[in-house]
Design a protein around this ligand. Structure first.
Ligand code: NAG
Ligand code: NAG
Ligand code: NAG
Ligand code: NAG
Length: 477
C-alpha cells in the first residue's frame, strides 16, 4: 500500500505546482482562511498575484529542491504532509481515570480481571507458555474491549503528531468510550450511562479546535460495537448510551470493532492475541502458518446461544458435531472453560483449514481475526460479519480470502457445510489460505514500544482510512 507523499521527487514537484496554482486561485477569492497547504512548502506569495510571479517562484523552488535533493535526498520533503494528527489532551476522567478505577470494569460473571487486561498498554498479561502452539514472544491474553487503550498508546507514538492543531489533518479524541460505558451498562439509569459522553462533547465544543470544522475533523476509537452507543429512547430498560446521537458526536467520526449503518462509523479489526515488536516476528509466524498441518477441514469455536433456539449457530454446532471427523467444535459455553485460554482457541484455529464465523449477539466476532491470524480461511454466513465492515483492512473481492455461504441456506436441514467446503478445490483452498496469511500484518496491532519497520499493521491502515475520510469531508465543505 502506498504511503501518501513518500519521499518522491516527482510528487514534490507536482505538489509545489499544485500549491502555487491553488494559491493563485485563492488570492482571487476573498474569504478563505485555511492556509494548511502553504505551511510546509516554501511558497511565499506576498502581494503580487500575477501568473508570472508564481511561475518564477516555482522555478526558484524547483531549483532549490533539486539542489537539496542532491545534498540530502530526504531533507526537503515533509513526509508528514497531509498526515499530521493533533492528539487532544483530555481531562483524566475520560481515559486514565477509567483505567485507574479498573475494578469497576470487571463484572462478577466475567472470567477475566479487567485490571489485568489493562496491563502492557492494553495488551493484557503476557502468555508465558503456549506449549509450542504459539511463537515464544509477543503473545498476550488480550481482551477485545481494550482496543481503545491499544489504539491510544499507538497514537502516542505516531510519527506525525503535532502540537499545532492548525496544521493537523485530523484531531484524535482519546476518550475510552467503551470502557467508560462498561462501568454503567448493567443496573444503572440511562442518564448515568450518558453522563461521560455529555461531559466530553461539552469539553470538546469549547475548544478552539472544534470551530474549525465543527468537529468534523475529529475522530475517536471505541472497543465496543457502535450500536451500544445508539440507544433509541431514554427508557432505563433500553440498552447502552445515546452518545452517538448527541449533535456534537454526530459530527465526529467513530472507529469501532463493528460499525452500524450510520455513515459516521467505521469498523477496524478486533485486537488479536499477537502484538509483535519486530517485522521478523510477523514473517516467521506467517511462514509457520504456511506449513502448518491442518487436520480438520473446518471448525467452530463458540457457545450455543440458548436464547436463540433454532438459530444458525445451533445448526452450525449440530453440523460440526455430526461431521466430527472433519470438524472440531470448541464449546465456549460458560461451564466449559475452553475459550478463556487463548492457547486453547488458537490451537483449534491453526489445525483447521476453514473456520465458520456465524453471527452471534451481533454480526461480527473477534474470532474472525483470531482465526485469520491462524491462517484459517473464514467462512461467513452474513455479509455484515466482515465484507461491509472492514473495508480499510480486507480486500474488496471477498472470494479471494473467504467462503460465503448465505445463512438462509442453513435453514434447509439437508444443506451440509462439509459438502460445500469439499467442493472447494485444493488449488482454490491454497490460494485463499495464502491470501489470508498475507493479510495477517493488516489485522494485527503491533507493540507500541517499537514500531515495525516494513509492515503496515491494522493501526497504520486505520489512520490512513480516517485521514482519507476526513480529507473527503474537508473537500465537500
Ligand atoms: C520457545 O520456547 C520453548 C519452550 O520454552 C523452547 O523449547 C524453544 O527452544 C523456544 N524457541 C525459540 C525459537 O526460542
Ligand atoms: C507537544 O507538547 C508536549 C508538552 O509540551 C510535549 O511533551 C510533546 O513532545 C509535544 N509533541 C510534539 C509532537 O511536538
Ligand atoms: C455539525 O456540523 C455541521 C456542519 O458542519 C454544523 O452546521 C453544526 O453546527 C455542527 N454541530 C455542532 C453541534 O457543532
Ligand atoms: C475475485 O477473486 C476470485 C478468486 O480469486 C476471482 O476468481 C474473481 O475473478 C475475482 N473477481 C473480481 C471481480 O475481480
Amino acid at each position: 500500500m502506498e504511503k501518501p507523499f513518500a519521499g518522491n521527487y516527482r510528487i514534490l514537484l507536482w505538489f509545489v505546482f499544485l500549491s502555487a496554482n491553488i494559491l493563485f486561485l485563492l488570492f482571487l477569492s476573498i474569504d478563505y482562511s485555511s492556509t494548511i497547504s502553504t505551511n510546509h512548502v516554501n511558497v511565499h506569495v506576498e502581494s503580487r498575484t500575477d501568473n508570472a510571479y508564481v511561475e518564477s517562484r516555482i522555478d526558484v523552488i524547483t531549483k532549490q529542491a533539486d539542489f537539496e535533493q542532491n545534498l540530502n535526498p530526504k531533507s526537503d520533503v515533509d513526509l508528514c504532509l497531509g498526515r499530521y494528527i493533533y492528539l487532544h489532551d483530555l481531562p483524566a476522567q475520560f481515559n486514565d481515570e477509567v483505567l485507574k478505577n479498573c475494578h469497576l470494569l470487571t463484572r462478577k460473571t466475567d472470567k477475566f480481571d479487567m485490571c489485568q487486561s489493562t496491563e502492557n498498554f492494553g495488551f493484557g498479561p503476557k502468555i508465558e507458555n503456549s506449549y509450542g502452539v504459539l511463537s515464544n514472544t509477543s503473545w498476550f491474553s488480550t481482551n477485545q474491549f481494550l482496543l481503545e487503550v491499544i489504539f491510544h498508546n499507538r497514537m502516542k507514538k505516531y510519527e506525525c503528531l503535532t502540537n499545532d492543531s492548525s496544521i493537523a489533518s485530523a484531531i484524535f479524541v482519546p476518550f475510552y468510550a467503551g470502557l467508560d460505558l462498561r462501568r454503567y451498562l448493567w443496573g444503572f439509569k440511562a442518564s448515568v450511562r450518558d453522563s461521560s459522553g455529555l461531559a466530553l462533547v461539552k469539553w470538546l465544543a469549547e475548544k478552539p479546535e472544534w470551530k474549525k470544522m465543527w468537529g468534523r475533523d475529529h475522530f475517536l476509537v471505541a472497543g465496543r460495537i457502535s450500536r451500544d452507543f445508539r440507544r433509541q429512547s431514554d427508557s432505563n430498560s433500553d440498552w447502552g448510551s445515546k452518545f452517538r446521537f448527541l449533535p456534537e458526536s454526530e459530527n465526529i467520526s467513530m472507529i469501532s470493532i463493528e460499525s452500524s449503518s450510520w455513515n459516521n462509523d467505521f469498523a477496524i479489526p478486533y485486537p488479536t492475541y499477537f502484538h509483535p515488536s519486530k517485522d521478523s516476528e510477523v514473517s516467521q509466524w506467517q511462514d509457520r502458518m504456511r506449513w502448518q498441518k491442518r487436520e480438520y477441514l473446518f471448525s467452530f469455536a463458540g457457545a450455543p446461544r440458548s436464547r436463540h433456539k433454532g438459530s444458525i449457530r445451533a445448526n452450525v454446532i449440530d453440523q460440526c458435531k455430526t461431521s466430527s471427523k472433519s470438524c472440531k467444535f470448541l464449546d465456549c459455553s460458560d461451564g466449559a472453560n475452553n475459550c478463556d485460554d487463548p492457547v486453547n482457541v488458537m490451537k483449534v484455529f491453526v489445525s483447521s483449514a476453514f473456520c465458520i464465523q456465524p453471527p452471534g449477539d451481533s454480526l461480527t466476532r473477534r474470532s474472525i481475526f483470531d482465526s485469520m491470524l491462524a491462517g484459517c480461511i473464514p467462512v461467513f454466513l452474513d455479509p455484515g460479519s466482515a465484507y461491509t465492515q472492514y473495508t480499510w483492512h480486507l480486500p474488496k473481492n471477498y472470494s479471494k480470502y473467504s467462503v460465503f455461504i448465505p445463512g438462509k441456506l442453513l435453514r434447509d436441514k439437508k444443506f451440509r457445510i462439509e459438502e460445500r467446503l469439499l467442493q472447494v478445490s485444493k488449488e482454490e483452498e491454497i490460494a485463499m489460505r495464502e491470501e489470508v496469511i498475507n493479510l495477517i500484518p493488516s489485522i494485527i496491532y503491533a507493540d507500541s514500544k517499537s514500531k515495525l519497520e516494513r509492515v503496515e499493521d491494522a493501526f497504520d491502515l486505520a489512520v490512513q482510512g480516517i485521514l482519507e475520510r476526513i480529507e473527503t469531508i474537508r473537500k465537500v465543505e
